[in-house]
Ligand binder design. Sequence first.
Ligand SMILES: [Zn+2]
Length: 142
Amino acid sequence: MTKKIELITDAEWEIMRVVWTKNETTSTEVIEILEEKMAWKPSTVKTLLTRLVTKGYLETRKEGKQFIYYAVVSEQKAIKSAGNELLDKICDRKVGGMLVEMIERKPLSLSDIEALEALLKEKKQTAPEIVPCNCIPGQCRC
Ligand SMILES: [Zn+2]
């Protein structure tokens, strides 16, 4: 079983996306990149970086006067974990509808679509008429 990683907030995601893109970064660089988009104070960025180190997403080493930050959780792992978290919150019977809505909303490449088609074709072979509800009584109308 893989260790469950701690979830990160929307603000922490903004920081992680910079770190994943840059591989290694400094608070100065993060502040520069997110300046326009987020309008955070430098102290906010520093707090978020520290929190991400505590959460186990980043590690840091000192180079001269500067701290270099680098990711120890991959972007792929974080995306998967955030997706699983969402899926675990909702009734299994409602997942299909949510996925349809998500697919409607976002652009997909031809290869994404081909992968989805292949997967759906396979799933169709064993698909139930109705997906069983996995909720406790009182949390769902299924
Ligand atoms: Zn349910």
